[in-house]
Design a protein around this ligand. Structure first.
Ligand code: ADP
Length: 429
């Protein structure tokens, strides 16, 4: 009961009573004013709340529209309920799957898998749900009309303020076209690989078949040259020389093709042995000497004072040296200089073959190590090359753990180099 409302008025004079009445009036006025203020305050607060609510609702509507405008299907499931029922799907989900929201709300989303329940991607999603973390999968999903589409599904847990997972959001993107393009690319790749295999099988076969008759030609030409079949006239000797030059060129081409086929087929093996690389360089120079003297080339040799002992397939390195020297001569003008230098330190050995020939334009420099690549195919082929020499040489150097490269100035010449690591002696040596 409010004190002052019911006061004991007995024994008071009329003045006192009047005075008391006046005070009570004043008090009532004060209370009225206070009540008015409280009412005003309540109205103001209510208005503020209404504005805030409107803002929140506008914000919510915007978010909803943004989710609906998204090109990806969005689905929210309730992690707190058995079977993770769907509680929300956006428009894109409806468009993507053909299922209207009303048909899927409250259901588990496994209906999208149709009968296709053993897809490897599903395991990722199940694990992510179990471990309450993000998950990703590319799944074969089925629309309401039964047609299949590739669904790129990304799921993520939604947590409340206490960190407890309350929901999962799943974002779905139709990647059917990308998958089809990938499958096409894979198919094209398989086809190319089978063509490649066919080509190297073909080279292998042809080279073997060519080698036998070629050996016969070279052998019998040598017999003729040595007068085993009777004395030859000078003219006949010239013819025999021509036969031998052609046969040797053909033999080196067949050797290149055989190496290429072996490298491609992966049946190529190095046979390492211990030996001096400088010795191999000298041997290579002896092999090319007749050709060099025909072109009046000056051959220069720069070797370190001590032997450079390596554990390597030395005959194969000899082949690399001959290839680089032959190229240097092939692309050099008569009378110019070709130089081979060997540098060695405890870690590696580096060989440089320098010519002052036609050089190589920058746009060709990277490509000349590709198989069958020739800067000017018509000219170089006439000289007996197939554009395989450098690709084989590089593969041989790389098989030794080394590297090969070139520095060249068009019109001024080229330096082809290769380096080999001088690792600890291989136990096979
Ligand atoms: P090929 O047997 O046809 O010469 P290579 O693989 O040995 O094949 O060389 C590929 C191409 O690189 C050559 O056709 C030529 O165009 C270029 N080339 C190689 N060595 C030199 C060089 N020393 N100077 C200029 N061009 C070169």
């Amino acid at each position: 009961m409010t004190p002052g409302r019911h006061r004991d008025l007995s024994g008071r004079s009329p003045e006192e009573l009047l005075g008391e009445l006046a005070r009570m009036h004043e008090e009532r006025e004060r209370l009225n004013v206070r009540t008015d203020r409280v009412e005003v305050e309540i109205v103001r607060l209510t208005l503020d709340l209404e504005h805030e609510l409107e803002d929140l609702q506008a914000d919510l509507r915007l978010r909803e529209r943004a989710i609906d405008a998204s090109a990806s299907g969005i689905m929210i499931t309730d992690a707190g309920q058995q079977g993770h029922p769907i509680i929300y799907v956006n428009r894109a989900f409806e468009r993507l799957t053909g299922y209207p929201a009303a048909e899927v709300l409250g259901k588990n989303c496994r209906f999208l898998q149709g009968q296709d329940r053993d897809q490897p991607g599903l395991e990722n999603i199940r694990t992510a749900l179990r471990e309450q973390r993000d998950g990703y999968a590319e799944l074969r999903n089925y629309r309401k009309d039964g047609t299949m589409f590739w669904n790129e599904l990304v799921i993520a847990p939604i947590r409340d303020d206490g960190g407890r997972v309350t929901h999962f959001v799943g974002v779905q993107t139709d990647i059917t076209r990308r998958k089809a393009a990938e499958a096409e690319l894979e198919e094209a790749n398989r086809h190319l690989k089978s063509l490649d295999k066919l080509r190297s099988n073909f080279f292998g076969l042809v080279s073997h078949e060519l080698r036998t008759p070629l050996s016969a030609i070279v052998g019998f030409a040598e017999f003729l040259e040595d007068d085993v079949g009777g004395t030859l006239t000078e003219r006949q000797q010239d013819f025999v020389q021509e036969i031998q030059t052609g046969a040797r060129r053909l033999a080196s081409l067949v050797d290149d093709l055989l190496d290429f086929a072996r490298l491609e087929a992966g049946t190529f093996r190095l046979m390492p042995q211990e030996g001096d690389l400088c010795e191999k360089v000298r041997e290579a120079l002896e092999v090319i000497a007749p050709q060099a003297s025909q072109q009046q080339l000056k051959l220069e040799l720069e070797l370190p004072p001590d032997p450079v002992v390596l554990c390597a397939d030395l005959p194969r390195l000899g082949q690399v040296l001959i290839n680089l020297l032959t190229n240097a001569m092939k692309f050099s003008p008569d009378g110019s200089q070709v130089r081979i230098a060997v540098e060695a330190n405890p870690r590696e050995v580096r060989v440089r073959v320098t010519d002052h020939g036609i050089g190589i334009a920058p746009e060709h420099v990277q490509r000349i190590f590709e198989r069958f690549y020739q800067v000017e195919p018509t000219t170089t082929r006439a000289q007996g090359g197939a554009g395989l020499g450098l690709s084989i040489a590089k593969a041989l150097v790389e098989a030794h753990g080394g590297q090969m490269g070139v520095e060249s100035v068009p019109g001024a010449g080229s330096t082809f180099w290769f380096s080999l690591p001088r690792t600890e002696m291989n136990p096979t040596c």
